[in-house]
Write a protein that binds this ligand. Structure first.
Ligand code: NAD
Ligand code: MG
Length: 394
């Protein structure tokens, strides 16, 4: 058994807490080197008391002061702040494994720091990979980091591939990847009714309990669009070889089709602790605390094609990947800004794809030659997306 010392980026989030729940079940196997959070100092303080990390990091200095005050009786935990602190714990030699579970573009710099330091990186933060694609994968190859997918679909695909051919679909004899999608809470909602859906309806996912941003992404199908791009990079393939299957039961987490007609699938209860435990212990298998699958209760599996007219985000994402360069960076940034505006009540649900499409059309695409270009395009696209939201509100 390999002992692993972990850094959990985004420890207070949905994935972070599920990770710590798996860790809690295996004290002999895992120890926690560092925990990080955005602004919720009280929640991180509670986790620090239980997991006793050496370092805790908050996204800004004010939150870090608050955390330090809350932990004044635990001087053995050092408290850091900001992107510098996040990158420091992500690359520290005292931990070998990093759970990348910060939401959105804010996760890119620390996730990249872990990759460059050659860690085992458990990738939940799909936005980091979508934003920087080839550069991110080149950094993985250069450092020899072990990149393991946590996103349930990608973890399923990973489990259905021969371990030595994860990035060689032709060599593995793969003809298609069947990427499953739940369809989200508005799968059966009419186009007219979609206009007036609320943030709380969008966040009430039928099968998964997740952070707000990914819940809205699941409702618009942008999550599947981001996942399509994520799959292209992780498994070295193209959108033409990936077919999205809406599968409302969320039991089959994705499938891989081979040249001989075999289709391999990974099944399980919709519980992120399964792919998290798979990545944490890989290639071993450990108890994740997940309820066994009861197929008699589930009864049947259904499949539908995605409706790209009601959910244009999936098409926008596939087109951005095909366009290449910084187009996926802009797509991701505009989506983040539009989702935040929707959650604040400042944008209609159906205007999320409108903002993304308009931002893409006013932001020139350039070759994605360096991380500096990625970071500056991200900032530029966020500003342009804000402007588009302003124009829609008038
Ligand atoms: P969440 O909102 O529940 O948690 C996000 C975490 O990131 C929190 O700990 C928060 O404090 C931290 N954070 C937010 N902004 C930050 C900032 N600017 N700087 C530093 N830290 C910051 O989100 P989640 O649902 O856990 O999702 C995390 C990532 O995992 C996302 O990229 C999401 O797409 C991906 N993912 C989530 C699920 C799921 O089931 N929740 C499934 C697959 C993939
Ligand atoms: Mg997923």
């Amino acid at each position: 058994m390999v002992h692993r010392s972990l850094t959990v980026l985004g420890a207070t989030g949905s994935i972070g807490l599920s990770t710590l729940d798996v860790v809690r079940r295996h004290p002999e196997r895992f120890s926690v080197y560092a925990l990080t959070a955005g602004t919720r100092a009280e929640e991180l303080a509670t986790l620090c008391r239980e997991f006793k990390p050496q370092v805790a990091v908050m996204a800004d200095a004010a939150a870090a002061r608050k955390l330090a005050a809350l932990l004044s009786d635990l001087p053995e935990v050092s408290v850091l702040s900001g992107e510098k602190g996040l990158c420091e714990v992500a690359s520290a030699s005292a931990s070998c494994t990093v759970m990348a579970a910060i939401v959105g573009a804010a996760g890119l710099a620390p996730t990249l720091a872990a990759v460059r330091a050659g860690k085992r990186v458990l990738l939940a933060n799909k936005e980091a990979l979508v934003m920087s694609g080839q550069l991110f994968m080149d950094a993985v190859s250069a450092s020899g980091a072990e990149l393991l997918p946590v996103d349930s679909e990608h973890n399923a695909i990973f489990q259905c591939l021969p371990a030595e051919k994860v990035r060689d679909p032709e060599g593995a004899g793969i003809t298609r990847i069947l990427l499953t999608a739940s369809g989200g809470p508005f799968r059966q909602c009419s186009a007219e009714d979609l206009h007036s859906v609320t943030p709380s309806q969008a966040c009430a996912h039928p099968n998964w309990s997740m952070g707000q941003k990914i819940s809205v992404d699941s409702a618009t199908l942008m999550n599947k669009g981001l996942e399509l791009i994520e799959a292209c990079w992780l498994f070295n393939t193209t959108p033409e070889r990936i077919e999205v299957h809406v599968h409302p039961e969320s039991i089959i987490h994705s499938m891989v089709e081979y040249a001989d007609g075999s289709v391999l699938a990974q099944l399980g209860s919709p519980d992120m602790r399964t792919p998290i435990a798979n990545g944490l212990a890989w290639p071993e298998r450990i108890d994740a605390g997940v309820a066994p699958l009861d197929l008699f209760t589930i009864g049947r599996f259904n499949f539908e094609r995605p409706d790209l007219l009601r959910f244009p985000c999936l098409r926008l994402a596939a087109d951005a990947f095909k366009e290449g360069g910084t187009a996926p960076t802009v797509l991701n940034a505009a989506n983040e800004v539009a989702v935040e505006a929707f959650l604040r009540g400042n944008l209609a649900f159906t205007d999320i794809p409108v903002v993304i499409e308009r931002t893409l059309s006013v932001t020139p695409v350039v070759p994605a030659d360096s991380f500096d270009i990625i970071f500056s395009k991200n900032a530029e696209a966020r500003q342009r997306a804000q402007e588009q939201i302003g124009l829609l509100a008038v």
